[in-house]
Design a protein around this ligand. Structure first.
Ligand code: NAD
Length: 303
């Protein structure tokens, strides 16, 4: 199969690309290398084609979609710092980018997987969150919510292409995913903590540190992606993909210090120092992953 992976030089994308190449597929990548990096593709160098290009470049997207058998759309502006500091560019990438990809997939009748996010649930702190749960989000002028808004519209757009035009689409809602090649400078907590710990610098915990998160290893997440890509049962469906083991951010900081043998201290930082004023955080976010387990037999294997 010929796969087009948008955002394929990024964290999750590069791991997916490696697995596709290992099983004998051909891969073309479109990525502007804004948060991704060609170095992430070091193990597949010479085996993949990388187009350094913006997702908003319609003519190139159309050409690459037409030449592919299956499209995985991962390219997005993400990371809290990016979304809050570059709200306009982020919103355009996440809204218009997906629209262009879906229009091209519809035009050339190519199956497509759309990457969404647990952020679409917003402030809903129900435990655990399942695919049918409501969105509870802040008002539209707060840039913090624009990622959630764009990804939710992306989901609707993809789903309505499926309903009205019978376009084969699938949607994956990633919860926090972690592993090699994730970088910390856009706000991702695990690499940020690990970097600080390895340098024996203080780990900054935002707020009280009592907020609960769940972290899924990228190898587990990519295994879920491949099951979704390969299964007819996933067409027209949305799946939560995440690990449901819970940990507080304070416990996480302690664990990172312990595992790296670091002498780092832990410092609490008020939210208004870490982020622009008015930032809202979720106290707890835990995925219900029973749907993907029942339909595709997936569950995380790495704690
Ligand atoms: P990432 O930043 O490593 O990957 C995104 C890729 O998209 C990068 O390689 C980046 O260079 C590329 N990109 C960004 N803007 C672009 C543009 N305008 N044109 C072309 N390419 C562009 O992040 P990731 O964690 O690998 O995320 C992959 C997908 O998974 C994204 O759609 C993201 O929203 C989703 N997701 C990730 C997580 C997570 O915890 N990592 C959680 C929820 C959802």
């Amino acid at each position: 199969m010929n796969y087009l992976i948008t955002g394929g030089a990024g964290f999750i994308g590069s791991h997916l690309v490696e697995k596709l190449i290992t099983r004998g597929d051909q891969v073309v990548i479109l990525d502007d290398l804004s948060t991704g990096n060609a170095k992430n593709l070091g193990t597949v160098e010479g085996k993949v084609t990388l187009h350094k290009c913006n997702i908003l470049d319609r003519s190139i997207i159309e050409k690459l979609v037409a030449e592919s058998d299956y499209v995985v759309h991962l390219a997005a502006a993400l990371g809290v710092f990016n979304i809050v500091n570059k709200p306009l560019e982020s919103l355009k990438t996440n809204l218009q980018g997906s629209e262009i990809v879906l229009e091209a997939c519809d035009k050339y009748r190519k199956p497509v997987l759309i990457a969404s996010t647990s952020e679409i649930y917003g402030k809903n702190d129900k435990v655990p969150l399942n695919e049918e749960d409501d969105r509870i989000i802040g008002h539209p002028l707060k840039s913090r919510w624009s990622y959630s808004e764009a990804k939710a519209v992306d989901e609707s757009l993809a789903y309505f292409y499926y309903l009205e035009n019978k376009l084969p689409i699938s949607i994956v809602r990633f919860f926090n995913t972690v592993g090699p090649r994730q970088v910390g400078h856009y706000g991702m907590v695990v690499p940020r903590f690990v970097n600080a710990a390895l340098r024996h610098e203080p780990l900054s915990v935002y707020g009280s540190g009592d907020q609960i998160r769940c972290f899924c290893h990228v190898d587990d997440a990519v295994r879920a992606l491949l099951l979704v890509i390969d299964s007819e049962k996933a067409i027209g469906e949305v799946f939560n993909v995440g690990n449901n083991q819970q940990i507080s951010i304070m416990e996480l900081a302690k664990k990172v210090i312990e595992l790296t043998g670091s002498t780092s201290a832990i410092e609490k930082m008020a939210y208004d120092k870490a982020y622009p004023s008015g930032f809202e955080d979720m106290q707890r976010r835990v995925p219900d992953i029973s749907k993907i387990e029942q339909v595709l037999g997936w569950k995380p294997e790495i704690n």
